[in-house]
Design a protein. Sequence first.
Length: 105
Amino acid sequence: MNGWKDFEMENKMSVMNTGVGDQLASVASETVKQQVEQLIRDYRRVIVDEIAAAFNMSHGSAYNVVQNDLRYRKVCSRWVPRQLSDDHKRARRNCDRRRVLGVPL
């Protein structure tokens, strides 16, 4: 039994995360990420399979680039940024205040 255990320990491959912190390592270069983001901005209704075909990558890789690296999510068949900018947050607060105070938009 010890022979098999020793063989396994010597030939084990590392499956540890090679990313930084809790992030997974990405297979896409920065250039590809920028091109994917430009494609999404040009055509917000693009689907992951179209992105994968356009950049010759797997569906899973394209999904990870869009969701994890670029931080987009699908809302009503459109890709939208996951985080609001400070200007967007300020505009939302102002709209909410106007609604509460009954001031027309």
